[in-house]
Design a protein around this ligand. Structure first.
Ligand code: NAP
Length: 299
């Protein structure tokens, strides 16, 4: 996009708390398309701040969270889910009245529970979750097109200023996302099925293979074809982020795991008793889901 074609910025100052994959991807997109006039960040460690400054992903990155949000009209907390509440508490006294504070956590109910009590009066809290990511983390993992064509789910709370919700939705749309609205509990159930359970399965399968392989580990790696290889990619996802997801979406994940175990036992039984039709019927049904995803351009 040429400078003359750029629309007016949607926000003056964007502050990102946490500058890993998601934070840096937001920064890169916002700067590329002139969505904000300035973008600063604050992170926990000096090492990550140094990296962010060296690669120039933001105007400035420090380790003082409260200093970063001063005068910001949009603040997005991009830390692991378990750190959102504490981060909100730290920045609260420095937030500008009328500003929007959001976050990008993969779990909504627990993050809302932890952040909401610390949001100052006059600041608009609008939770969001961009359904986009990779197995890489840190500021060097970000890229400006991460959110292109991907959903971003907003879970606004009752009584939230509609203007603030609309402005955040416009920001995510400008980042390339398709915006959808959901209730926080429904978000956690849906994401439990489509994202959290698959990650848990991947961690399990790769762990089981590693345990079984023993000294023949190199052979498992050597012969890892399509299926297992795909699982290893998912199982390489950030341990801190995923530990926090499971601890903070416990109810939904346990509910879904219960159902999954029932279905798994049913398949185990079908294999034991040679019920080929049952297997064939399921594998045909699941293939249709893949085709539907391809049609929706989400494959
Ligand atoms: P990441 O690459 O690991 O980056 C996390 C950032 O948060 C780092 O800058 C880290 O700082 C900082 N941080 C960690 N603990 C902190 C604390 N206590 N106080 C302040 N900063 C802290 O993580 P990410 O992949 O960007 O994920 C961030 C959030 O996005 C998570 O809530 C995750 O659920 C959500 N999300 C992730 C994905 C995905 O696929 N990765 C997709 C959608 C949403 P230091 O490096 O300085 O320690």
């Amino acid at each position: 996009m040429s400078d003359t074609a750029k629309p007016a910025p949607l926000f003056d100052k964007l502050a990102l708390i946490g500058i890993g994959l998601i934070g840096s991807s937001i920064a890169l997109r916002a700067r590329r398309d002139g969505l904000v006039r300035s973008v600063v960040a604050a992170t926990r460690s000096q090492k990550t701040a140094d990296t962010a400054n060296r690669i120039g992903v933001v105007d400035h990155c420090g380790t003082d969270l409260a200093a970063a949000v001063k005068d910001a009209d949009l603040v997005i907390i991009c830390t692991p889910v378990g750190a959102c509440g504490e981060a909100m508490k730290t920045i609260a006294p420095a937030m500008k009245p009328g500003a929007i504070v959001s976050e990008v956590g993969s779990v909504k109910q627990a993050v809302i529970r932890d952040m909401r009590p610390h949001v100052p009066a006059g600041v608009h809290f609008v939770p969001a979750h961009p359904i986009a990511g990779t197995e890489h983390s840190g500021p060097e993992a970000g890229f400006p097109t991460l959110f292109d064509g991907r959903w971003c789910i907003l879970t606004p709370l009752e009584g939230t200023d509609q203007g603030a919700v609309d402005r955040l939705a416009a920001f995510w749309t400008a980042c390339g996302s398709m915006v959808e609205f959901m209730a926080p509990d429904w978000h956690d159930m849906v994401l439990g099925i489509v994202s959290h359970l698959p990650h848990l399965i991947a961690y399990t399968i790769v762990g089981t293979a590693d345990d079984m392989a023993g000294e023949r580990r190199s052979e498992v790696i050597k012969f890892a074809a399509g299926g297992f290889r795909d699982f290893t990619r998912i199982a390489a996802s950030d341990p801190t982020m995923w530990r926090d997801v499971f601890l903070n979406n416990r109810e939904a994940v346990l509910e879904i795991l219960g159902r999954f175990q029932e279905d798994l036992f049913s398949l185990q039984r079908a294999i034991r008793w040679g019920e080929g039709d049952k297997l064939f019927e399921l594998f045909t049904r699941t293939r249709d889901i893949r085709r539907a995803l391809i049609d929706m351009k989400q494959a």
